[in-house]
Design a protein around this ligand. Sequence first.
Ligand code: 5GP
Length: 172
Amino acid sequence: MSDITKLIRTIPNYPKDGIMFRDITTLLKDPKGFQTTINMLVEKYKNTDIDYIAGIEARGFILGAALAYALNKGFIPVRKKGKLPGKTITQSYDLEYGSDTIEIHEDSFASGSKILLIDDLIATGGTAIGAITLIEKAGGTIVETAFVVDLPELGGAKKIQNLGHKVFCLCS
Ligand code: 5GP
């Protein structure tokens, strides 16, 4: 397995003082790094029974769309509030400071559809748990959640596992 962590850079004090932001744009712009990232996810999920890949705005779109294409699955965007044109189902979730709202089209998938949820990074897990709640509210079944980066000290992956869902991360 190639070491993609070397291609992820850390930007100190972004978006706030004291935060070490893990920036995956340096991974995405590296052809081999991007391809390796998607290939590792394809290897992991090529034999899994999945109907759709759902990606969380915005970096989850980049990874999720590439993975959906490679696995020949449909892609569902989990968007920030106010961006989708059709009727939506919404879910609010807590962030470290404040809250946010995400939504999907209410007719995104048939009830009982098997969904793989993907985002670039899991920190506190607030965003991913919001997306899991939203997808379940819409009648979907979460097959697994996948991330490129886990920040284990923030406990998000544990929280998702404690809810009974599987978590797969390429690096931490
Ligand atoms: P959480 O809700 O788990 O605390 O934060 C994860 C969400 O915030 C993800 O959607 C992720 O894209 C974004 N995020 C938080 N911290 C970072 C970071 O250091 N790097 C990147 N690339 N995204 C982050």
